[in-house]
Design a protein around this ligand. Sequence first.
Ligand code: ADP
Ligand code: MG
Length: 655
Amino acid sequence: MQVKDLKRTYKISKTDELNALKGLTFDLPESGMVFILGKSGSGKSTLLNILGGLDKATSGEIIYKGKDINCYTQSQLNKYRNVECGFIFQEYNVIPELNVFENVAIAAQLQGEKEVTARVEEVLKKVDLEGYGNRKISQLSGGQKQRVAIARALIKQSGIILADEPTGALDSVTGESIFGLLKEISKEKLVIVVSHDRDFAERFADRIIELADGKIVSDSDSAKNEAEESGAMIARTARLPAKAVFKIGTADFRRTPVKLFFTVLICVIAFTLFIISLALSSSDKISITADTIKNGGVNEVKYFKCNESSEYVDFEGGDVEFLENYFGSETIKLFSQDISVKELGGGESEFLYYAGGLQAVAAIDEGALKDFGFSVEGSLPKSKNEIAITRYTAEVLQYVAGYSVVNGAKLTLNDEVYTVSGVIDTRFNNKRYQSLKTVPADDYLMLGQEFKYYLELSVHTAAYFYETFENGCECVLLPQSAVKTHDMRDIYSLRKGGGQFIFNCHLSWQISEVADMASGLRTPFIVLSAILGVLATGLLVYYIAQSVADKTRTIGILEALGCSGGEILKIFLIEGLLIGIAVFALSLAAGFAACGIINGVCASKLGLAITAVSLGALNSCILFCVTILLSMLSGALAILRIHRMNPIQRISSVN
Ligand code: ADP
Ligand code: MG
């Protein structure tokens, strides 16, 4: 290695410059122990850092293997640090996040070696640290840490070992053993040691170059070294081993758990609000109806018919067939009708629950019975003067008039006498309305209103006749099973000819209420989640920036080992990614829980089983993308901090 007229100037202010090296020229041999001696501030470290490719000279040349180091590109410089040089610093540049074994192994792994165990053990033995592989760095003495650093420099099999005051922080006995070790190594390699200790220098050095005020004042061997290094640098890309990336990336999770907790907490709150806003935004009358039907809150749905001028009209020939074909199911046709029941004696029930009675007539056959999942006790009417009533109607007749359905029981409806052939179980889910059994019929109650609405034109309050009515029904019913497989947006208003079939179910009124509520909540949720989202992103960036700051020394060491910026970025991308995954999983869980609560409140306050908000796969995907992207971005922002310093500033910035 030849050094020619090397100069290094530091800008210390806009106008002032400091000449740390004022034109050094010397040659270095391929092996041996060279001491660079001088008082503090004489430029020793500056020289060593330039020789090791950690700093750039202002002018001059360093010819190594026929090329000037000063003209290297960044990636050539990385390779030079990685392959050719081993660094040892005063403050033992070991990576605190890794154990002894990993600290040594990483240097070999960065050179692309896969099987390193045997060689690590070999060099650990050489530096007298056999069996220390699993020790944490914090459990080592200063001398032991320095031996780890030497072992790491050794395993690289580089030609040059550079040591900046390697014993500066050690007692003299330990220092002596370190110098002994370096002397041993210098039989095969060039060892350049910076020191201000003349005593040690004179005992260990093969050659002493003395610096004062940036100039060489003496050189014990100024003879020109003719031996010229040969060969080109080996081209290898330094890759950080995945385990080291993970260990270093997660170090701050253990170091600052409270900070992590609050960062994640705020993020989770923000993203939970975010996904609820998404859910609210995608929930309207139609989607709520669809979810409610899918979740089994509605057993049968109704269709009404509108003409071109949006007036309700009766169904005509072909309409019912159209619906039956469309849904592949039988229907029940309902005709609303004032029915007076003689057996009730004209008396009205005193309680709300029994106010339903009979309100409509309907046609039903075995096929419809099966499609709706109804069952009959007795049989369906088989002749014109037979009817079937529902279990609810039977309950009303029993309570109000003491009428009980026995074999051959008669009912007089609108002055016509019918024989009751059977009682149909219409799967009436009346649990919610049991309390109305003691509520006076003329009381105005929300639940009572709902119940009245429920019974109007429903399967539960119809009388079923033998006759099949061809035309003129006002309402066609379809079972939930036939409807739920269709896209609600398609079937909400089906069109045929000039007419339109208007979808309805017994919860339509409550669903409208809930949809209004959801749209009212939408804006406040979006605003809140946006504000918190900005805050959370800020915290995330701050957390990772802090983690970069905490790892300043580690980054510097990795760079001194020849690790590229891209490899170092991986550490923070992993850190961001892990936080992102945690935030996503927790936000999704919290979102599900929140939707459950909202739906629960809606169900108990307004209706049977209304699904007011549901997260949905698309919203979950959006949440996943946003959280992962944002957290990885926070990790990537860290590189901005990384690029502002050079490795030597980083290593010395701590302490
Ligand atoms: P030594 O290692 O011999 O103690 P250094 O090489 O560290 O000396 O420093 C040589 C001179 O350069 C000193 O005067 C020091 O103050 C100055 N110096 C070193 N690094 C910087 C820097 N980054 N910016 C400005 N001046 C520096
Ligand atoms: Mg120094």
